[in-house]
Structures are given as structure tokens and as C-alpha cells.
Design a protein around this ligand. Structure first.
Ligand code: RIB
Ligand code: CA
Length: 318
């Protein structure tokens, strides 16, 4: 049986690749996409998600719009550091054709609560965006912590930050929501932080190979990731020349071949107050905080396997 999953996204260029991999891989059944404010205002994230599904020939996968702003902070988008990537690396519209597809009328939070209350099969939840929708769903239905069998989050950073020196964007954009999710008590919680995604880089040469597949997914992968590489080359060079991380898709690759990332059990908590550290994932590798282990953290990744999984999958999108 295919593995069922729901993706929670703020589509963006790497969310787009995650949606394509989840929608197209033969082992996965993407039953729904929920959108949230993050990389751009909610309506852009929703429209971009619809564009991706339409472009790869998966218009039947429903998209549900969620929360338009963080749970608590009323100053988002905060004037970010001048080097902030988000605005530049995602923009408003993806480099994909417009679509006539529309989001479902039901709110994403209602969809999450209703789907998990009525689920008869296990459904993995993969949030690759600020955690506002997930925290709101937990507030509506605390039993979700037992109804959701597994959560795989793209977010956080131990040795690496991107939106500030201390924090990664998804956690920083709604730290109170992240605090609620990491402290909810999920049985199976995996965090895929920048420490792993920055080791799973995709190069400009590989983008050309994706484009040469000639399939919609290959071309979209090349366009989205090629744009990412151009921005990274300008304002955040990676360890491999002319490359970029494709953060969100690494979570989906992990569902397909778990060994694409290397995991370590750790207590993780979220800073919601510090002037310099708000949004930091505090990963207690040396067990100094006295808190129990609440998740598995990815500290490494296999870049070639990551690219191979995507290349094989996108080649079949005829
Ligand atoms: O920090 C990377 C994360 O922030 C990714 O999910 C990207 O899409 C943005 O949401
Ligand atoms: Ca994202």
C-alpha cells in the first residue's frame, strides 16, 4: 500500500519540489496540501501550490489554504536582515504557468482536524513551512498528538541559521507555533534542519540534467532550483560551487529512502523570547537541559542519493 501523507507548505521554490516528489513518487499517496503564510503571503503560497500540481498533471490533489499570519507575533513580516533570502529566493509567483485551479473552501486547519479524526489508514504529516497551521490544529483538537502517527518537519538549525545568525526561517517565522508542536508530545517527530539540507545540495550541472529530462517535473525542478542557485551564488554561497539546498524535498526523499539522511535522537526546544535568539531550535546534543528526547534530528545527508531519487521520479512524469 502507498504511504499516505499531507504536506503543509509555504510554496516557495523548494516547497514546489517537495510537492512534485510527493505527488509523483510511486510509493507515496499525497492526499492533500495545506498552505500557510511564510515565504510569501498566504494567497501566493496557495496559488503557487496549485500551479505546481496543475503543471505536473495532478490537478486532483486538493489544496487547502490555512493561516495568513503567525499565531502570536503581529509584526510579521518583520523587517528582516538586509541579506534575507526569503524575498529573493522565492519571490511571489513561481516560474510556472498560471492555473485556473482553485483551493478548497474548507480551511486547512479544519481539514487537518477532520482528516485525522476520520483516518482509517496512517497519514504522515510533513510540515515544511512555519508551523502555524499545525499548532492551530493542535489547539482545536489536542488528540491530534495521538492521531498523527508521524511528523517530519523541515525546520531548525543547530550549527546553521539562515534568517538570523541563530535561527532558521520556518521556526523563526512563528516561534510560538513551533514551541507548541515540539512540546506537544508526538510519538514520532523528525526534524530535518539546515545542518542536513545544506549537505544535500543540487548543482547547476544537475539542474541542466533535470531540464534535459524534458518532463514537466524535470523542467520545473530546473527552473525553481536554477533560480535558487542564482540567488545563493549572489548572497549565500554554499560549500559546493553553483549549488543550492532544496530543503523541503529532502523530507519527502526521507519518506522514500530513509537513509538519505542520518538521524540522532535529541531533546529539542524552541526559543521564543531571546532578542538575538528568537526562533532558535535548541538541540540538546550533550543532554545538559534535563529534558527528555522528543525527536530525531538529521545532522547529515547523502546528496547524490537525494538527486538520484528526484531524477528517477521526475523522469517518469510523462
Ligand atoms: O529555511 C528553509 C525553509 O524556509 C524552507 O521550508 C523554505 O521553503 C522556507 O520556508
Ligand atoms: Ca517551505
Amino acid at each position: 500500500m502507498k504511504r499516505k501523507l499531507i504536506l503543509d507548505v509555504d510554496t516557495g521554490t523548494d516547497d514546489a519540489v517537495a510537492i512534485m516528489l510527493a505527488a509523483l513518487h510511486e510509493d507515496l499517496d499525497l492526499i492533500g496540501v495545506t498552505t500557510v503564510n511564510g515565504n510569501a503571503e498566504l494567497h501566493y503560497c496557495t496559488d503557487n501550490s496549485l500551479r505546481v500540481l496543475d503543471y505536473i498533471g495532478k490537478p486532483e490533489i486538493p489544496v487547502y489554504a490555512g493561516c495568513p499570519k503567525p499565531l502570536v507575533r503581529n509584526d510579521f513580516p518583520i523587517p528582516r536582515t538586509k541579506n534575507d533570502l526569503t524575498e529573493k529566493i522565492h519571490g511571489k509567483h513561481l516560474p510556472l504557468p498560471e492555473t485556473a485551479l482553485k483551493a478548497q473552501k474548507q480551511h486547512a486547519v479544519e481539514y487537518l482536524v477532520e482528516t485525522y479524526r476520520n483516518a482509517t489508514d496512517p497519514i504522515t504529516l510533513v510540515p515544511v513551512a512555519p508551523l502555524t497551521n499545525i499548532a492551530a490544529a493542535l489547539a482545536v483538537e489536542p488528540k491530534l498528538v495521538d492521531l498523527i502517527p508521524e511528523v517530519v518537519i523541515m525546520g531548525g538549525g543547530h550549527d546553521v541559521g539562515n534568517v538570523t545568525p541563530a535561527a532558521e526561517f520556518n521556526i523563526w517565522a512563528d516561534p510560538e507555533a513551533a514551541y507548541a508542536v515540539f512540546n506537544a508530545g508526538f510519538e514520532k517527530l523528525t526534524m530535518v534542519p539546515l545542518d542536513a539540507t545544506h549537505k544535500a545540495l543540487v548543482t547547476a550541472t544537475q539542474c541542466r540534467q533535470f531540464d534535459e529530462l524534458g518532463t514537466p517535473a524535470g523542467k520545473a525542478m530546473a527552473a525553481c532550483t536554477g533560480h535558487r542557485i542564482g540567488i545563493h551564488d549572489k548572497i549565500q554561497k554554499m560549500d559546493v560551487e553553483h549549488s543550492a539546498p532544496v530543503h523541503d524535498a529532502l523530507c519527502i526523499a526521507h519518506l522514500i529512502q530513509p537513509e538519505v539522511i542520518t538521524l540522532e535522537e535529541c531533546p529539542v526546544d524552541i526559543e521564543t523570547q531571546g532578542a538575538l535568539t528568537v526562533g532558535r531550535t535548541v538541540v540538546d546534543k550533550n543532554r545538559r537541559g534535563g529534558k527528555p528526547v522528543n525527536c530525531k534530528v538529521a545532522f547529515d545527508a547523502n546528496a547524490q542519493l537525494f538527486v538520484d531519487i528526484m531524477m528517477d521520479t521526475f523522469a517518469k512524469n510523462k
